[in-house]
Design a binder for this molecule. Sequence first.
Ligand code: SF4
Length: 346
Amino acid sequence: SGDAWGDSDEDLLIDHVEKYEKSRQDSHVINNHCDDDDDDKLVTPLYKFRPGYLWVSDFTRQNWCEQQMYYSFTVPTIFEENPVMTEGSNLHLARELAVHDVTQVKVTSNEDIWAVKVINLITALQTMLNGGTIVREVPVFGCPYNTDVFIVGLVDELKFDPETFTLNLSEFKTRKFRSFPSKSQQNTHQLQVMLYKKLFDDLVKGNVSKDTVARHLRLDLHKAFGDDILQTIDSKLLSSTNLSQLLDDLYTKIQCFTCVQELEIEYQHQESKDIIGKHSVTYDEDRLHHMFNDYIKFWKGKREVRGVDIEEAFKCQSCDFADICEWRKRKAEECSKRNKSKIDNS
Ligand code: SF4
């Protein structure tokens, strides 16, 4: 019924945490685009909102409500951090710092910026090859399913078992309430870890060519890195002086690994720090492929933006855009028409 569009749910609190995490990631986004010679592509959401590449979190937001994500790009809003977001970020940072230190490096070009991501990935691989069993905040990237759309993600945690040489991927979520999130929120988390696995596995399989990286990110593979990056590379006992060489180092190291075996999501209660529980996720290639293709159609301007279905109308209750949402209005009108015609026919 139309009333379902007013149900409430707590999940958006966590969605806001993800928004916050996304906004932090945005600060590193650089404006690169590979398709600006093609007039048709100039008007696509991909070109307008995410020139160059998408983040995995763009897909999770899209999975929650594509219309909401669209409004977040098009309707000016004031982003306000709340205590739940702050605590979520603090807990993530504490876990990260528990396994490695963070060093500031000065970047002087886009090539330097991307070198940082590649160095962080190489460092994680090197740590595991040297006997480390847990690495955190691991960058992954690539063009899944040959869609010609570049995706970047940051994996929370990889666990490596040197005995069996198996690799498990884990995502950490914090909760204000001591309970698992709703099925809808769990779905977005499942999509997130499946996409991380897809990106990591494609790197292991050698499916991400240097040309793909250079073309999508508009990078000069042979441009010399700045001094800070060169020093950092040196400290890792590597000798690359440009992205072409650094990517070769990455591909050599990552091919020592197998694809990710298991996927897991861990939920922690913010206040008590107790672990609420862990969910293992079954990787479903067909499901991921289907969802991915559908979402890419939106980004490429091949279909209209969609809001949530009636079954998920509870999401509208805590949505910042509920008052202006055309989708919600249209769905409510359709519901009311259907209800009226039922009454007329009875
Ligand atoms: Fe999506 Fe509902 Fe928000 Fe509209 S009101 S953007 S359909 S969550």
